[in-house]
Design a protein around this ligand. Sequence first.
Ligand SMILES: Nc1nc2c(ncn2[C@@H]2O[C@H](COP(=O)(O)OP(=O)(O)OP(=O)(O)O)[C@@H](O)[C@H]2O)c(=O)[nH]1
Ligand SMILES: [Mg+2]
Length: 205
Amino acid sequence: MAIPRLVDAHFIKSAQALSDSIDDTISEVVFLGRSNVGKSSTINGLTSRKNLAKSSATPGKTQLINFFDVRYIYDEKDWNIRFVDLPGFGYAKVSKDLKGVWQKNLVEFIKHRVSIRVFIHLRDARHPNAQIDRDVDEYVKKFIRGDQLYLNVFTKIDKLNMKEKTALKRKFPGCITISNSKRIGYERIHQKIFEHIFGIDEWSN
Ligand SMILES: Nc1nc2c(ncn2[C@@H]2O[C@H](COP(=O)(O)OP(=O)(O)OP(=O)(O)O)[C@@H](O)[C@H]2O)c(=O)[nH]1
Ligand SMILES: [Mg+2]
C-alpha cells in the first residue's frame, strides 16, 4: 500500500496568543527552537512550498503564532492536521529563566493549547548541545502530556563535514537530521507525525 503523502498546505491565520488562536479541533504539530534555527524553512520543506512560512537570514523573522492547514492523502482518504510556526526563543542567549527570553504568550500557548500532539524541537546541528536547547527540553518535559510526542530534529546538517556528522550520530543515536537547503531528511519527520497522530506506520516495512 502507498505511504501517506502530503498533498496540500495553506496559511490559515496568525495569532498573538492562545486567546486569539483558531479553534482547537484539529491535531497540531508545533515547531519550536532558537531564532534562526530554520523553523519556517522546515515547514516550507516538509510541505514542498517555497514561501508558505516566511523565512529570513535575520533572526526574529517570525513574530506571531502562524497556523497552516496540512492535508495528507493515504488509503484514498484525506488526513488533516495543522502545522504551527512559532517565534524563536532567545537568540544566542544562555537562559536561566526561559520565560525571560521567550515571550509569555508563547509559553502559555505551548503549555495550554490542547490540540498540540507533536512538539518538534529544532536544533542547529553545529551546536547540538546548546544550553538553551537543553533548557527547553527540560522545561517542556515538565508539562508534556501522555498523548504528546516530543521530537528533537537537527537542522543545517549540510554545514557539517563527515567527521562532525559521525560525532553527532554517536552522541545522539538515531537522531533525525535535515537540511532545508538540500531538501533532505523530511521522510522520517512525516513518518513520526503520521504514526503518532493517526497510529499508522506504513513506512516500517
Ligand atoms: N544551510 C542551511 N541553511 C538553513 C537551513 N534551514 C534554514 N536555513 C537558513 O537559516 C536562516 C533562518 O531560517 P528560518 O527558517 O527563517 O529560521 P526560523 O527558525 O524560522 O527563524 P525565526 O523566525 O527568526 O525564529 C535562513 O537564512 C534560512 O535560509 C538548513 O537546513 N541549511
Ligand atoms: Mg521563522
